[in-house]
Design a protein around this ligand. Structure first.
Ligand code: CP
Length: 325
């Protein structure tokens, strides 16, 4: 076990690189149990009654914030939500003071999204608060619950009713687009590698990070060749215009022509290839509406999986239960 985990369970979730394969599979298995809860007439468990989860979102979010809220409520925890917009952050209040202010109201876990890479680790290691910390996306560093929910959605579709206990050995995953700015790509690369999958990255050279040579991946700039290679999963990434302070490609039309999943490219995908996107999507830029709305698309399954994975993670950090329980 790594410093993120201890015999009693998961202390924080800051990075997928803190999870070995057994710990990751246990989270995926527990998420399967949590998914079963959603099918009940009353989709709720009393497991975290009396515990309080604070969502601290310093960056915008739809999926992550709402699914953490749904996850906490399905486990009967109380939830308080902070959005930087409209808060005292506009008056200059720091992360430390914001976190301590919310912790002083009595919280057991903080779910943090922040624009600074490493913010969740800083909060967890600082001693500013006693609550467990779950990283909900820190800058361009990591988005561990996204990596876990993507693995969960892949595992479910690959193994249908027999996914429990499985890793993703041999699964061929191609991730396409703005790798440079993508915390989703980083969490997927490291977690998929841990789970035994083979990862190929496709991007314009300008959107590949300088250090990508040290990642457990192959890379290219040729999406058509990658499609001809018949991947099991094609994961399209959002172009993160809000993080781009330079021109990384000449024009959106040019990007779409070379690196977009257009209708024509979608038509060349082998039957059974899963089409994924973490959302929010730029339809018509990195992915066509036809591809996004097709039977091959796992995009809404990814969202549903997010609730189950976040229930599992909150349960593990708050219940003190062993990851294998
Ligand atoms: N995938 C994801 O993190 O989406 P949100 O930004 O809407 O949370």
């Amino acid at each position: 076990m790594t410093p993120a985990t201890h015999d009693a369970g998961l202390r924080n979730l800051l990075s997928v690189r803190d999870l070995d394969a057994a710990a990751a599979v246990r989270i995926l298995d527990l998420a399967e149990d949590m998914a079963e809860v959603a099918t009940r007439e009353v989709p709720k468990l009393p497991a975290l009654r009396g515990r309080t989860v604070a969502n601290l979102f310093f960056e915008d979010s739809t999926r992550t914030r709402l699914s953490f809220e749904a996850a906490a409520k399905r486990l009967s925890a109380d939830v308080i939500t902070f959005s930087a917009k409209g808060s005292s952050v506009s008056k200059g209040e720091s992360l430390k003071d914001t976190a301590q202010t919310i912790a002083a109201m009595g919280v057991d876990a903080v779910v943090l999204r922040h624009s600074a890479s490493g913010a969740a680790r800083v909060l967890a290691d600082s001693g500013w608060i006693d609550a467990a910390v779950v990283n909900a996306g820190d800058g361009t560093h990591e988005h561990p619950t996204q990596g876990l929910l993507d693995a969960f959605a892949m595992r479910k579709r690959r193994h249908a009713d027999a996914s429990r206990g499985r890793d993703l050995a041999g699964l061929r995953v191609t991730i396409v687009g703005d790798i440079l700015h993508s915390r989703v790509a980083r969490s997927n690369v490291w977690l998929l590698h841990t789970l035994g999958a083979e990862v190929h990255l496709v991007a314009p050279r300008t959107l590949l990070p300088a250090g990508v040579g040290a990642w457990p991946v192959t890379t290219s700039s040729d999406l058509d060749a990658a499609i001809a290679d018949e991947p099991d999963v094609l994961m399209m990434l959002r172009i993160q215009s809000e993080r781009m302070h330079a021109a990384y490609f000449p024009h959106e039309r040019e990007y779409s022509r070379q690196w977009g999943l257009t209708d024509e490219r979608f038509g060349r995908l082998p039957a059974g290839t899963m089409v994924m996107h973490p959302g929010p999507m730029n339809r018509g830029l990195e992915i066509s509406a036809k591809a996004a709305d097709s039977d091959a698309s796992v995009i809404l399954d990814q969202v549903t999986s997010g609730v189950s994975i976040r229930m599992a993670v909150l349960y593990l950090v708050l219940s003190g239960a062993a990851a294998g329980a």
